[in-house]
Design a protein around this ligand. Structure first.
Ligand code: GLN
Length: 548
């Protein structure tokens, strides 16, 4: 067994009874409680699925793929960690069953196990431990939060629980705090809380050799002191270690709601961290001043194809909201299935009801012509518009077709035989057959043209943003469309990264995904530009921080 654990403290976060209780919110709440007390945190997430990462998963089932600075294609939860905690997470901080087994099997094929029978115990467990410890080595942090995906009792989580048990056993010198999130139902016909599911899940966890220090309870109705005492009794934790997390208006309330019950102090004590007064001012500004005083005035239409699951475009949704909040407005999103534009000529008029349009990223042909129609409508009717990745590419196609007049122009992703492939696959992408992890991924340096709208919004000409795509504006054809109103204003080498349309209130596209770096405290520049253009167009006021 490798023995390389540093003196990092660990918090294990586990979920029980049912999925979807908000384990990620508990993780970031722990992180925030530690940060406001002056401690650095980093996060590791264990996903018991066999995929190597979330890159090949369907966004309508699993939510968006979040892209890290180092090019990881990860689960939506990583977006929550980065946004909420303002941290940069590496792709190595995600461990999946698939990665673990692939590595063990590759080692077996190489003969690294020297004739041993390769088994879950010890080989798979050791590989999990090796990965956790590698994260520990690389993450320069006081506390590592380790969130285990799935629910206690799932067959696939067991090797991970065993690894966490061993980690504690092999390293009695490190401080560990284990937090269990559970559900305490309040059935209407009984009108009382039932604690049995919580009791059973703790029993199951103990059987795996893991003993929770803290139990966070989700319930539709706040817990009474009597219920708290019962849970404490039957789950064998002190009463002050049982926390009530009811439904909230917004998730940003969670860290302080827990802290008001003594959460931050207890986590700090269990981790043997020096006691510190929490500094909640920055959080208070958002939770107590900005969010309760928003004007709900701005509606953004998001024509896309993944319209059935809210999480499919979650970073885009969040980035729009962050930009709105910064100026005192709530942003309402209207997700529109673009296939409707293709079926029904008049449906496009729905765009008269929105203040701005954002065409997000996407893959494949379905709904493409509908998106192009929406983009044309935004351009011709001077509706503030932002095109992201596929939205950027299709805006270039729309302009080439309808302004330059080359009707056959297209992206070779949708039409491999187009005579004017204004969007084409990168030469180095042509021979790639595997879909996972092979796109142009992660952060790249971009140079913006001086004095352009984007350079002003960023207040910089050298920027770095994240990418996830295979196709590009064709460098061989760019000159043929570049001397009209549409200007390419940002580049990485010879590849176009941004465009701006002259004579339009705001018609901007980015090949990159600026939403992945947006936080409530540092909104993304192109998103700010979109909201600002709408505010100006509607003659609204930008509300200053002071007045709020
Ligand atoms: N499908 C396009 C490409 O691969 C756009 C990808 C995206 O929008 N993320 O280039």
């Amino acid at each position: 067994m490798p023995n390389t654990v540093k003196k990092t403290r660990y918090v294990f976060i586990l979920g029980s009874v049912l999925s979807g209780l908000g384990k990620g919110i508990v993780t970031v709440s722990i992180g925030k409680n530690l940060q406001v007390r002056g401690h650095d945190v980093q996060v590791c997430k264990i996903d018991p699925y066999l995929n190597l990462d979330a890159g090949t998963m369907n966004p309508t089932e699993h939510g968006e793929t979040f892209v890290t600075q180092d090019g990881g294609e990860l689960d939506v939860d990583f977006g929550h960690y980065e946004r909420f905690l303002s941290i940069n997470v590496s792709k190595k901080q995600n461990i999946t069953t698939g990665q673990v087994y692939l590595n063990v099997i590759e080692k077996e094929r190489r003969g690294d196990y020297l004739g041993q029978t390769v088994q879950v115990v010890p080989h798979v467990i050791n590989e999990i431990l090796r990965r956790v410890e590698e994260i520990d080595q690389n993450a320069d942090t006081d506390v590592l939060l380790v969130e285990v995906g799935g629910t206690i009792g799932d067959i696939e989580s067991y090797p991970f629980l065993e690894a966490l048990r061993q980690l504690q056993r092999n390293h009695p010198e490190i401080e560990v705090c284990t937090v269990l999130l559970t559900y305490v139902p309040f059935p209407d016909h009984l009108s009382e809380h039932k604690t049995k599911p919580a009791q059973h899940s703790v029993r199951e966890l103990r059987a795996a050799g893991i003993f929770p220090n803290i139990i966070v309870c989700r319930s539709d109705v706040s817990l009474t002191p009597k219920v708290i005492s019962k849970i404490a009794d039957f789950c064998d934790v002190p009463e002050h270690a049982v926390f009530d997390l009811p439904d909230l208006n917004n998730v940003f309330e969670a860290p302080q709601l827990l802290d008001n019950q003594g959460f931050g102090e207890l986590v700090g004590k269990l981790l043997k961290l020096p006691a510190a007064q929490p500094e909640w001012t920055k959080m208070d500004k958002l939770v107590k001043y900005t969010l309760p005083n928003l004007d709900k005035k701005i509606v953004i239409g998001v024509p896309g194809k993944y319209t059935t699951l809210r999480d499919s475009y979650i970073s885009v949704n969040e980035a729009l909201k962050h930009a709105g909040w910064q100026m005192g407005y709530d942003v309402e999103l209207q997700h529109i299935n673009t296939e409707q534009f293709e079926k029904d000529e008049d449906f496009i008029k729905i765009l008269d009801e929105v203040d701005g349009i954002l065409v997000p990223g996407g893959f494949g042909d379905r709904g493409t012509e509908g998106k192009i129609k929406a983009i044309k409508y935004a351009r011709e009717n001077k509706i503030p518009f932002l095109g992201i990745c596929l939205g950027f590419q299709l805006a270039v196609v729309e302009y080439t077709r309808n302004v330059i007049g080359i009707q056959d122009a297209h992206s070779t992703e949708m039409d491999s035989t187009t005579e004017f492939p204004i969007i084409d696959i990168l030469p180095e992408q042509k021979n790639i057959t595997n879909l996972g992890g092979t796109m142009r991924l992660g952060g790249y340096d971009i140079t913006l043209t001086k004095n352009t709208t984007l350079a002003k919004l960023y207040n910089a000409i050298h920027i770095n943003e994240r990418h996830r795509h295979r196709y590009e504006v064709n460098p061989d054809l760019i000159e043929k469309i570049n001397d009209g109103e549409l200007k390419f204003t940002g580049f990485w080498n010879n590849l176009a990264e941004t465009f701006e349309l002259l004579g339009h209130p705001y018609f901007i596209g980015t090949q990159y995904h600026p939403e992945f770096k947006s936080t409530p405290w540092a909104p993304s520049a192109p998103y700010m530009g979109l909201i600002k253009a709408i505010i100006e167009k509607k003659n609204l006021k930008i509300k200053s921080e002071k007045k709020r």
